[in-house]
Design a protein around this ligand. Sequence first.
Ligand code: BEZ
Length: 211
Amino acid sequence: MTLRLGDTAPDFTQDSTQGPISFHDWLGQSWGLLFSHPADFTPVCTTELGRAASLKPEFDKRNVKVIGLSVDSNEDHVAWSKDIAETQGTAPNFPMLADKDRKVAQLYDMIHPEDAGTATVRSVFVIGPDKKIKLTLTYPASTGRNFDEILRVIDSLQLTAHHKLATPADWKPGDDCVITPAVSNEEAAKTFPGYREVKPYLRLTKAPANG
Ligand code: BEZ
């Protein structure tokens, strides 16, 4: 089943390096980042897991719970974590699902149905506190993900969850935001005083101080 933005993230219970996880209960009221990697003990994945672990303070600041997945066993995850700590400076500090039976990989369409192998692609799902899917990204096995971009999208998602704003190309926190078309000029003048009208359909305002 193809998952689309706005769908409820499928719930599941699966074993992990931190014990069995019932996904929706585990998420609670937090945002979630579920990401899969093709296999343990592989080079690109080693760098990705270390990078995700090193960003824990950034995820915590944004109230995002991180969870990894591959179809490997917990024993492999634990053994590989030592290599990640040794080579990347940080061991995974988030649970890694041991999806040996591919239950979660199939629920989230992480393995191409015609692929003879078991390797999951590099899927990314950002899930909101309402359990809805807010972002999907799919990378090939040969390309490591850009975690700065994942954080940037989370910043945009969290901003637009609280304000009638969107974020333009290459936006970064602190940059000007776009006022959404649903906002009338009257409302824009009240809510975003001093906004700039570049075109009637392109109105910019400073980023709200409270993000
Ligand atoms: C890697 O993580 O390095 C990798 C995994 C599967 C295929 C190619 C690369």
